[in-house]
Design a protein around this ligand. Structure first.
Ligand code: FAD
Length: 403
């Protein structure tokens, strides 16, 4: 493939750059500044509204649903340019755009598309993902939260965990067990749930950073109308796969991490006079990081091309996420090393070091969130490289018969 923009793509990039230069700076959150989460969500909604008003929300969604009716490559160009600014685009926006409305567009009814897609593109609806449970993380199909049909409603009982930003979300995407008498992947159903529904209790989990971005979510006799079911009863696993591919492609999207580091090394005093950039070992580490970043950029281009042709990258999407997580860990670790002892306890006004420290701590969670490295490696080994699969004793056993 040709990695240079076609004349049309170059024109689109110029248009996007001009629009961002005129609109993004007012919405930027300075690096290292942590906002109160209510304010962050307000600013996230406002930025998403600005993107919608500018005509760039849901670039690949049809115009009839509030999108732009554009191509995957245009969406990539926009996100590459948008990534040059530090904007409020947390999971409360990302889960809606990348997962909820992607699932609704593919598996929902026309009524559901009309109800959810455009308001999400406008930033009016925020979303959380209610998938993981205490004994269902990597093995998501082991989930126990159940739904039983009663008239036109489903009654849901169970517990979810690690629900990012559930406390600031209007809606959740939810997967539950509706039939325990069949093997574990077959008895699951996918819903959207109004987070204000009676019976939903959200308990924050406190993190090392002091923030509480995620939660435990308890569901007790929560009533969900059947009209909020996405896809077939028992077809939830297929809907989940649409969602998770979006999550893995989205969470790794290319962002230059090394060039800011080059500038940082060039402005950091070296051990023997000069700058840190004079050190052979720092130069070697930066060169390695640069090579890995370029490799990831081209891998991502390859996968996006597949998506733009209507092909499904499947397990390959996990490579993007894995590569991003390991590169972030290395580059933020290198930045911490350059900063020296100050990196451990930066002063309150040293926003640059504070943001480096935040990235370093955060980089470890990226190796787990959205699929742990080990599990993604297993999937790539089995589904991409054709290596023998793990032994799965529970594959054909009814869920209720599992110990
Ligand atoms: C920052 C963050 C945000 C998150 N946000 C959400 C959210 O909004 N909504 C949501 O539903 N979930 C969310 N999660 C949960 C996330 O999806 C799970 O943490 C992830 O799927 C791993 O599951 P687990 O934590 O239960 O770990 P486990 O599955 O218990 O795994 C523990 C360890 O065992 C290893 N392991 C497990 N199975 C295998 C195997 N077969 N082979 C080899 N090794 C194995 C794993 O790789 C891992 O190292 C979030 C997690 C994080 C860290």
């Amino acid at each position: 493939m040709d990695f240079n923009d076609t004349p049309e793509e170059a024109a689109f990039r110029t248009e996007v750059r001009a629009w961002l230069a005129a609109n993004a700076p007012a919405h930027v959150i300075p690096q290292g500044v942590a906002l109160d989460d209510t304010e962050e969500v307000q600013r996230g909604r406002a930025w998403q509204r600005a993107v919608y008003d500018g005509g760039y929300a849901g670039i690949t969604f049809p115009k009839a649903l509030g999108g732009r009716g554009g191509s995957v490559i245009e969406a990539v160009v926009f996100s590459e340019e948008e990534a040059q600014y530090h904007l409020p685009k947390g999971p409360y926006i990302g889960i809606g755009l990348g997962m909820a409305i992607a699932a609704i567009a593919k598996h929902g009814t026309e009524e559901q598309r009309q109800k959810f897609i455009e308001p999400t593109l406008k930033g009016e609806l925020t979303w959380c993902q209610l998938f993981s449970e205490p004994s269902a993380g990597s093995d998501l199909a082991n989930l126990r939260t159940k739904a039983v049909k009663e008239g036109d409603d489903w009654i849901v009982n169970g517990q979810k965990v690690w629900s990012s930003w559930a406390h600031r979300s209007d809606w959740g995407i939810l997967i539950v067990r509706t039939d325990p008498s069949v093997p574990k992947h077959k008895g699951l159903t996918f819903f959207v749930v109004d987070m204000k529904s009676p019976g939903i209790e959200i308990r924050p989990i406190r993190q090392i950073s002091g923030a509480s971005d995620f939660n435990e979510t308890f569901l007790t006799d929560v009533r969900i109308p059947d009209s909020n079911r996405i896809g077939d009863v028992g077809g939830g696993w297929g809907v989940c796969m649409t969602v998770l591919m979006g999550e893995r492609l989205g969470s790794g999207s290319h962002k230059a991490q090394v060039s800011p580091l080059l500038d940082y090394a060039a402005s950091t005093p070296g051990m023997n006079g000069g700058t840190a950039l004079d050190s052979g070992s720092i130069r070697a580490a930066l060169a390695q990081a640069m090579a890995e970043e370029q490799g990831a950029k081209y891998l991502e281009a390859r996968l996006r091309t597949m998506v733009s042709r209507g092909e499904n990258p499947g397990a390959l999407a996990g490579m993007i996420k894995m590569s991003y997580a390991s590169r972030l860990q290395k580059t933020s670790g290198l930045a911490m090393e350059l900063r020296g002892l100050d990196a451990i306890a930066p002063s309150i006004d040293d926003t640059l070091t504070r943001s480096i420290q935040y990235d370093y701590i955060w980089s470890t969670v990226m190796r787990i969130a959205g699929g742990a490295d080990e599990v993604l490696k297993n999937q790539i080994a089995e589904r991409v490289l054709g290596m023998p699969g793990e032994i799965r004793m529970d594959k054909d056993v009814p869920f209720e018969a599992l110990k």
